[in-house]
Design a protein around this ligand. Structure first.
Ligand code: SF4
Ligand code: SF4
Length: 215
């Protein structure tokens, strides 16, 4: 799941400038689960904008705002969207990009959220980063714990010299990721993985923007 957090209302108002009509997009997928872009948050945004003198031309809450076909359909069926002075999107950056690609060239599209990480969901409302999308997964040799993500230094060969009594020197409240990797590999009888040197990542495999086209 893509995790987002709300931008401050002052920041949104500053970017909007004054005196225009705004159209809102929410997202019924990740942003709804993060409580940043669901029906309630779209309603809150509408109220906030009205209190600050903006006209709200309408709003759309799509199942997935990063899905181009859904966004395109919304633009086709909803003429007030094209007429709005600007569009505010309560979704991750991919959602903002998708709406921007469908909006008119002169129609500003603004993010209401900051997109912060890709998460595993422990349960509703509890999200933890476990993958940095490096494009070259090493979890087979690290017992499913990503050193690139869970070690604050991103060390592929650890632990570092700062580890103290099993705890991380950067976040002293947390167990060192490499100690966790060691313990799990030990339980699996695969400690030999710790003896293998992991070469630096080949960042050429993750040159941006990345794409995947199955058809
Ligand atoms: S190594 Fe870590 S960051 Fe890279 S793909 Fe695997 S989990 Fe994601
Ligand atoms: S103590 Fe462990 S988790 Fe923390 S920075 Fe060093 S290797 Fe990474």
């Amino acid at each position: 799941m893509i995790i987002t957090k709300k931008k401050k209302k002052e920041e949104i108002l500053k970017r909007l400038g004054g005196g225009k009509t705004v159209y809102l997009f929410g997202c019924g997928s990740c942003a709804e689960q993060c409580k940043t872009g669901g029906a309630e948050e779209v309603r809150e945004m509408e109220e906030m904008l009205k209190e600050n003198g903006y006209g709200v031309a309408g709003s759309s809450l799509l199942n997935e705002t990063c899905y181009n076909q859904l966004v395109r359909k919304e633009f086709r069926k909803n003429p007030s969207l094209r007429k709005a002075g600007s569009i505010v999107v309560l979704a991750c950056g991919a959602g903002v990009k998708t709406v921007s690609d469908n909006a008119g060239e002169t129609q500003p599209v603004l993010p209401a959220l900051d997109t912060i990480f890709l998460a595993s969901v422990e349960r509703q409302g509890r999200f933890f980063e476990g993958c940095s999308l490096c494009g070259e997964c090493v979890l087979d040799s690290t017992a499913g714990i990503c050193p690139h993500t869970e070690c604050p230094k991103g060390l592929l060969n650890g632990p570092c010299g700062g580890m103290a009594q099993g705890m991380c020197e950067v976040d002293t409240e947390k167990e060192c990721a490499w100690v966790r990797i060691f313990k799990r590999l030990e339980k699996q009888g695969r400690l030999h993985c710790m003896e293998q040197y992991c070469p630096p990542k080949d960042f050429s495999v993750s040159v941006r923007p990345r794409k995947l086209c199955l058809r």
